[in-house]
Design a protein around this ligand. Sequence first.
Ligand code: 26V
Length: 800
Amino acid sequence: MFTNKEEFINEFELRIAEMYGRSVEQSHRTEKYMALGEMVREYASLNWKATKEEVAKNEDKQMFYFSMEFLIGRLLTNNLMNLGIYNTVKEGLQELGIDINELEDLESDAGLGNGGLGRLAACFLDSLASLQLPGNGNCIRYQYGLFRQKIDQEGNQVEVPDQWLKLGNIWEVRKPKHAVNVKFWGHVNVSQDQEGRFHFDHVDAENILAVPYDMPVVGKGTKETNTLRLWSAEASDILPSNKDFRKYLAEVQEICLNVYPDDSTPEGKILRLKQQYFFVCAGLNAIIRAHLRVYPNLDNLVDKVAIQLNDTHPVLAIPELMRILMDDYGYEWMDAWNMVVKVMAYTNHTILQEALEKWPVDYIRNLLPRIYMIIEEINNRFQNKIAIEYPGDSDMAHRVEIIRDDQVHMANLAVIGSHSINGVAKIHSEIIKRDLFKDFVKIYPERFNNKTNGITQRRWLYYSNPQLTKLITNTIGSDFIDDFEKIEELMNHVDDKNLQQEFLHVKQQRKEILVEEIKNRTGILVDSTSIFDVQAKRLHAYKRQLLNVLHIIYQYQRIKSDPTYTIHPRTYIFAAKAAPAYVFAKKVIKLINKLSVVINNDPAVKGMIKVVFIPNYSVSLAEVLMNAADVSEQISTAGKEASGTGNMKFMMNGAITLGTLDGANVEIDELVGRENDVIFGLTVEEVAALKPYYRARNYYDNDPRIHNAIDSLVDGTWSSDPNEFKVIVDDLLYRNDEYLVLADFDAYVKAQEVIEQKYLNKEEWAKSCLVNVAKSHFFSSDRTIRQYAEDIWHIRPIKI
Ligand code: 26V
């Protein structure tokens, strides 16, 4: 492997010649990119091999993070940086006349996820490797990532397939040797042998071959290299006898076609269920086989393997591991069950009823007959336990059922089958204990715990914001890079007027980079000296982008009607994808785009307000968006956002949180203090108290600002079709505003005024931003992962 620039150049030239039979000058830039990618992957591979050997030799316990989503984004910069070879490669390429940024830009985002839950998994992988902890990912190799979002002439979201594999995936290695057979459909034959033991034979099943593609996960400043294993479905050698081959093949290919397929139809639901079982079954069987390559049997499995279930999507791992232990390896129910509970741990990421997974009994029984039998048995045994321990409490027994009203309640299965259940922020963990899982807290109090989310400071500060990283280094030295808690040292300098100026200068630089990006992506020119007020996250009613929108409309109307009213120039920036079938969310996107057209072109607002919707929110967009923000909009209805992780990215890059006391905002507030953020709105308790009496209509009737803003939605201000945004008005006034947008409106307007006042005092503002940066180490995913490793997984760093 190359150790300096000259060696890199030689190797690179040789590699291009070997791969493409060309010289560097003659090669296409995609060829240069592919060659570089291979070189970096091979570079990582040596450490990969060493890591695997070390884990086997030391008989270390390993963790497997089972997640339907890993939103990893791009890896080239990250891997070069983590390996410590970025500058060598950059300079080597430069000498060959190649701009490394151009190659970096050729990489597609691996968009294997929807939002926070998937990005969390990706940050966790980075922290695991960087902390030298043996922790691996298990997921699906989706042919297409989450859709790419385009905005049409009318402002509508249009979904375009995300062909992320067009140039291939330079990081993956196909491992056909480790393929696993996965069975669907068919039925189970039960028989008894001479000793009276039952045997379960899954017959007439449709077989699908799961083939793993492994990606190395490299940590920073360490040789430790973990694995992200992505499973791909292929045709099995054992073909179904009753099905046409083409039909079979189409079904096989469908399994890994895309992230989160439409589950609004029965067919779509079954496909999602298939995906879930597919990657869980493949992942578990591979873990078992690997275990048996090192140890004589599975008796010590719980000492060597920990599995974290990322939400309920992979919860079929619980019955599947039962099946493997009993049917394939002859363990008795109780022994198998004790092992399963010790291996499994479950993270809850939402309390929204509509997001809690329930499967119709028929689906599971037909698609996975043996798994269904096991779920039934788990349910029966648990019901027996409840009948004994809580005699007479039939209500409770009913609430904790796994199978209820002909549906399988995945969260209940998860809690019953795991030794640890955690929420993702302090307040969220309290809420799940108090509401969602209150019965289970009585039964298993010791299982419940909190692990506040985190983000990797490597991607979200060092690599995406080198300007701020340099400023911090100049101020407190570079120790914080490897020991991030040391960034708190910055607290000793927040009053330094020079530093405050320099911080504002860095922020200005980042804003100018974003201005360029916005111009390229939307054609809109924004003023880099205006306040950058950013709301970037999935579009959902509970996140209340609509509250932000109503406030913008109010300001716009006020500027137009009141000549004495002026504000500091503000750019309202949005980025958000809506689920393709989510009509309301798509309307809000359209409304934002209409606001943008009308407001940005109205001379009456004299550049005081601009509205920008940046299409296709993704990891790589977030990397230039978050660090350019002045204001971080975190305005969900209290109690609804489990944690949020965008809030942490903004904070780490010195933006001021404008937020409700929800999710991790609560902890941000505790850390930075009320003078360094702007908190507003109803609390969780106040929301609960107000709900039964809430009448949205009263707010409309009594507050002219609300009245006028809502009226504008149906009077042709934003669209020539007055019915265009009627669904939004209906939602607020006739469906009584489920997320209390109107109830928080007044408080939000006032909070926005506080923001402006704060911003006008530049020194105070900069100081607050610096406090946010200094305190952000708590939100490093390194901290989160250390807690998981110690409290739940019991894994230790490995030394290579
Ligand atoms: C899913 C769905 C699907 C159906 C319709 C509505 C709906 C609403 C929410 C969800 C979210 C599913 C789980 C999830 O992604 N939770 C997010 O997890 C993040 C990482 O822990 C956390 O920061 C976010 O607050 C949380 O929403």
